[in-house]
Ligand binder design. Structure first.
Ligand code: ASP
Length: 340
């Protein structure tokens, strides 16, 4: 019988109305599990642990990612898989961050949550939790089918570091714009076996450490030199994500390329992520992105912002060597980047 550890971090799934009935606040794990007695019919042995203080995922920090990863590490041998209950708002960041932390992962780590609290009449929480556990217990020839960090929402299973929260309203709140779904839950659980991630490493290992000295600079028509320079010359930063237009384009102000080059020369890792959900950065395709690659800006290709940012924080946490970080940013580490 499969053994699954459910880890509860907080989020709408377990929330209840506050005393004044005005807002939703995180509640405890017991409250969730007693609402889903069917879980026990899946034929798996389920254990659960909870954050001491469940949180709204807007409060999620790299220290929480480290705590979650540690929970998986210390329980890795005793369990066949892990299901993490998480608020949907920053779930894609946590899924991405966790994906970079593990080497040689051979078991599923599936994140799920919900748009409505588990106590509400039309809740999506019950289905999401049951489906996530069902995905986590699937095996072929005694091997877990899923051996990566994945996200389960509304009958779909996605690679975690390819996801984005797309809707505040719909039950299918997540998309994986640049990578096929890993599986769909219909009458049967249908996996797209070709798309599943398999680690080449044999030993299971957790690497921790994120450097928070990063910034995301979102461009818009009319952005001022003053604002851009305040970020690019900021002494406290080690990495900057430029959120660019279309296929990685920026305004052609001469001062902009100069400032980027100076930041790179100072040792900052500057990367280029498109504001478009779908598609990829192609530096040099348009005049408005020519000079960026030469200026030392790394293209994030088709990586999501969530994957690019957490990867940057993770790599900066591993090394002082900016060239190594730039090289790794452009390398597909955990299926987060399509190499073309
Ligand atoms: N604010 C909530 C959270 O992310 C929303 C949700 O769970 O869906 O924790």
């Amino acid at each position: 019988m499969s053994k699954i550890l459910i880890i509860y971090t907080g989020g709408t799934i377990g929330m209840v109305e506050s005393e004044d009935q005005q807002t939703l606040v995180p509640f405890d794990l017991k409250h969730i599990l007693e609402k889903v007695p069917e879980l026990h019919k899946l034929g798996a042995e389920l254990d659960s642990v909870s954050f001491d203080q469940p949180i709204d995922s807007s409060d999620m920090m790299p220290a929480h990612w480290a705590h979650l990863a540690h929970q998986v590490e210390v329980n890795y041998d005793q369990y066949d898989g892990f299901v993490i209950l998480h608020g949907s708002d920053t779930l894609a960041y946590t899924a991405s961050a966790l994906s970079f932390m593990f080497e040689g992962l051979r078991k599923p780590i599936i994140l799920t949550g919900s748009q409505l609290p588990i106590g509400r009449i039309r809740t999506d929480a019950r289905e999401n939790l049951i489906t996530a556990v069902d995905f986590a217990i699937q095996k072929i020839a005694d091997e877990p089918v899923i051996q990566e960090v994945a996200v389960c929402f509304e009958d779909q299973l996605f690679r975690g570091n390819r996801t984005k929260k797309f809707s505040t309203e719909a039950f299918d709140a997540f998309i994986s714009p640049n990578y096929p779904d890993l599986a769909a839950a219909g009458v049967n659980l249908n996996f797209d076996h070709q798309e599943l991630y398999r680690s080449e490493k044999t030993a299971f290992r957790l690497t921790g450490g994120f450097d928070q000295r990063v910034a995301v600079l979102t461009f818009f028509p009319g952005i001022t030199e003053q604002l851009v320079l305040s970020v690019l010359t900021n002494e406290s930063l080690r990495g900057i994500v430029l959120m660019t237009f279309g296929a990685g384009n920026l305004p052609r102000h001469p001062w902009l390329l100069e400032a980027i080059k100076k930041a790179v020369a100072r040792g900052l890792v500057v990367v280029n992520v498109t504001q478009c959900a779908k598609g990829n950065v192609e530096q040099g395709k348009y005049e408005t992105s020519s000079g960026l690659a030469e200026g030392g800006v790394v293209s994030c290709g088709d990586m999501t912002l969530e994957a690019s940012l957490t990867k940057l924080m993770f790599l900066l946490g591993q090394s002082e060597d900016a060239d190594w970080v730039r090289d790794q940013m452009a390398t597909n580490l955990k299926g987060e980047l399509s190499i073309r």
